[in-house]
Write a protein that binds this ligand. Structure first.
Ligand code: ADP
Length: 479
């Protein structure tokens, strides 16, 4: 018997196997035991979702909007409680946990509106007397596979559009963060959806995720996670001819030019590289700085890093929580060694930190004297590790920023309209910021990248309809 069960076909389903959810800020704190699903349960949830498609896709837009609005309202009302839960399982500071739950609530409310706004087009035919209509219909059953770094916002920005446009869902959250996923499911479960329209199956990627990708009854998969797993998911899903949308890694640049507002540039770097422990796919781990401001920028950044309070996310004084897991901490530490071996200078931090409770704490790390061919500048570390590269001018900064296999977000700090505008135009990234951190974007506009960062249509905002709806063109000759 586990306390937190899977949810399939409108029923809570127990399991003899549990996922033990631990607080990375205090390993003695067990957040809860969550049911581990198996392949058979995926099969049952796919069948339940298929059976519910008829009912949910034919619900009126108002009924769908009302259900999503109820979910959004409850998330917003319970943001403090669920934000604390999120912090306990993922580690980010509680202000970010609460903010993330509020964002999830806002997303459901946005898509409640989208459910009634979804329209089609009527266009003139090239043939006499014929009427042409373009309509959008649900795709069917959507499999949703999510990572641990945004345990409620990422599920929300996939589940909300899936449901808004009339699809049914099989949802598999990351193993490290079942708590937020379960809480969201519990809210969805009493929002008035037909049984089977939404299903939760918790468990490992290799078993549950892989089975979802291969399930013939699943029409589309939306995945966010690592580039390596994204490639596996893409292969499995495209092979059987289903739709797939992937959001993966980043190695995002923040360019700082000589004419930047220095305190603002340092703030952008601290936020973009270290907040949320650097565990954001939009984190700016490459700081590309022109020579005239380089030394002053590094000095000011180190001074700010010395003051950055690392501690448990539930302590309101903490600015940065622990690393999420032992494996991630080991990866971060491995990259520190790689950087040193490559000849980079560790200008600050990187050491493991002791706090009253045992957890995965480490000091934010900054490398200087790096160049863009180094592995620390090419591979996503996904931790509180950033590196500075000194360049001579804007053109070299832009070239260096674009010299990466990734293209999720990019930023520039400058007071020059000319350079800001040129960067916006020539940056090969899906999202560009000027005098703002590369991470922490709005929820109602498209999110996504280029190159190896993303695959398929954009997520979020009205653009989400491209993935979650199928287009139908109808011709009528009224006789
Ligand atoms: P992260 O470490 O950021 O969570 P991963 O790519 O490891 O990124 O995992 C993202 C999601 O993909 C998780 O829910 C994970 O369980 C799932 N996953 C892992 N391996 C597979 C796989 N082979 N097939 C499908 N999903 C997988």
């Amino acid at each position: 018997m586990v306390a937190f069960k899977n949810y399939v076909a409108g029923e809570w389903v127990d399991s003899s196997q549990a996922i033990v959810n631990r607080n990375p800020a205090d390993l003695a704190d067990v957040v809860g035991e969550y049911a581990r699903g198996d392949k058979a349960l995926v099969g049952r949830s796919v069948a339940a979702a298929q059976a519910a498609v008829g009912k949910w896709s034919q619900a009126t837009p108002q009924e769908r909007a009302d259900a999503l609005d109820r979910i959004g309202t409850e998330l917003l009302a319970r943001r403090d409680e669920l934000g604390k839960l999120l912090t306990r399982e993922e580690g980010k500071i509680v202000a970010d946990g609460v903010g993330e739950v509020a964002r999830a609530g806002a997303i459901f409310k946005f898509f409640a509106g989208e459910a009634v706004r979804l329209g089609g087009e009527k266009v003139p035919s090239v043939r006499f007397g014929v009427e042409v209509e373009i309509a959008r219909e649900p795709v069917g059953v959507v499999g949703i596979i999510t990572p641990w770094n945004f345990p409620i916002a990422i599920p929300a920005w996939k589940i909300a559009p899936a449901l808004a446009y009339g699809n049914c869902v099989v949802f598999k959250p990351a193993e490290l963060v079942p708590g937020s996923a379960w809480a969201l499911t519990e809210i969805i479960a009493h929002s008035g959806l037909p049984a089977g329209a939404f299903n939760l199956v918790m468990g490992s990627g290799a078993e549950i995720g892989d089975t979802i990708c291969g399930a013939a009854g699943i029409d589309a998969i939306s995945f966010t996670g690592s580039t390596a797993v994204g490639a596996i998911v893409r292969r499995a899903v495209t092979e059987r001819g289903a739709r797939v949308q992937l959001e993966m890694g980043g190695k995002n640049p923040l360019v700082v030019l000589d004419d930047a507002d220095l305190p603002n540039a340092v703030g952008c770097a601290i936020n973009g590289a270290y907040f949320q422990t650097g565990q954001r796919c939009t984190a700016s781990s490459r700081l590309i700085v022109t020579a005239g401001v380089h030394d002053r920028f590094v000095a000011a950044l180190v001074e700010r890093l010395q003051k950055l309070a690392v501690g448990p996310g539930l302590d309101p004084a903490s600015e940065m929580g622990p690393v999420v897991s032992e494996a991630q901490l080991a990866q971060d530490q491995r990259y520190l060694a790689i950087g040193r071996d490559e000849g980079a200078r560790l200008a600050f931090g990187g050491e493991r930190l002791n706090r009253p409770a045992q957890g995965y704490y480490m000091a934010p790390a900054l490398f200087t004297d790096t160049h863009n061919a180094m592995r620390i500048n090419r591979e996503e570390i996904f931790g509180p590790v950033a590196s500075v590269q000194k360049v001579n001018d804007f053109d070299t900064a832009l070239e260096t920023a674009n010299d990466t296999e990734y293209g999720l977000s990019s930023g520039i700090c400058t007071r020059s309209l000319k350079y800001a505008s040129a960067f916006k135009r020539h940056s090969r990234a899906g999202m560009v910021t000027v005098n703002l951190p590369t991470a922490g974007v709005d929820y109602h506009v498209p999110f996504g990248g280029r190159k190896n960062s993303s695959y398929g249509p954009r997520e979020q905002g009205a653009y989400a309809r491209e993935f979650y709806t199928a287009v139908k063109t109808s011709y009528i000759l009224p006789i």
